[in-house]
Design a protein around this ligand. Structure first.
Ligand SMILES: O=C[C@H](O)[C@H](O)[C@H](O)COP(=O)(O)O
Length: 220
């Protein structure tokens, strides 16, 4: 059973004519975009999509989803995946290095819906926190994250030699703090380091978390 597809397709059925829809990034959001595209083709669903990455932009194009940007329109509903969801509905995102644009769009949406399979649920966020940084600041940011207690690594690219470069032309540092006791505090603290653009802790704005499980779909 493909739990990501199940939950993404279910939420895609909730999208209504006239909405401006934030299109998340990753393997779960991909199914959501696919299903919205199918509905546009079959039901003439009339929406505008706001991509959160080049991945979602290209997928939207493939499915002929009309697109706009956050510079033009407010977002009614954003639908996005997550790498971890804790018991207070804090998220960790950025496994695909897309968290900066995702956060701009997801936080601004009137409704932010998270779609995950149940492997993403955790008591406390504990994966390394992705931190997008301006390349020139990376040594200093690594030192600062170190002094805050994190083990740090600049993320390397699978597609070329050297560091991964984000959609915004920056590096990503993965900062391992172990289990995180205060996600909102850490989100704020990391973003105060000069050179940091955005980090992958999402501690506010989540309206609904929809989870695919082997026993069906549940809402947290
Ligand atoms: O940067 C990537 C995004 O934050 C994704 O939404 C997140 O990594 C979840 O991706 P997936 O649905 O592939 O697990």
């Amino acid at each position: 059973m493909n739990l990501k597809k199940m939950v993404a397709y279910k939420v895609a059925e909730e999208i209504r004519d006239g909405q401006v829809v934030g299109l998340g990034t990753g393997s779960t959001a991909r199914y959501f975009i696919e299903r919205v595209g199918m509905r546009i083709e079959k039901e003439e669903l009339d929406i505008l999509g706001v991509p959160t990455s080049y991945q979602s932009l290209f997928l939207a194009r493939d499915w002929e989803i009309p697109i706009t940007s956050i510079m033009e329109h407010d977002v009614d509903v954003a639908v996005d995946g997550a790498d971890e969801v804790d018991k207070n509905l804090n998220l960790l995102k950025g496994g695909g290095a897309a968290h900066t644009q995702e956060k701009i769009i997801d936080y601004s949406a009137s409704e932010f819906i998270v779609i995950v399979d149940d492997s993403k649920l955790t008591d406390k966020l504990k994966r390394p926190v992705p931190v997008e940084v301006i390349p020139a600041s990376s040594r200093l940011v690594c030192e600062e994250l170190n002094s805050m207690g994190a083990e740090v690594k600049i993320r390397m690219s699978d597609a070329k030699d050297g560091p991964l470069i984000t959609d915004n032309g920056n590096f990503v540092i993965d900062a391992d703090f172990g289990p995180i006791d205060d996600p909102p505090g850490l989100e704020y603290e990391i973003n105060n380091i000069p050179g940091v653009l955005e980090n992958g802790i999402f501690s506010r704005g989540v309206d609904r978390v929809i989870v695919g499980t082997r026993d069906g779909i549940i809402e947290l």
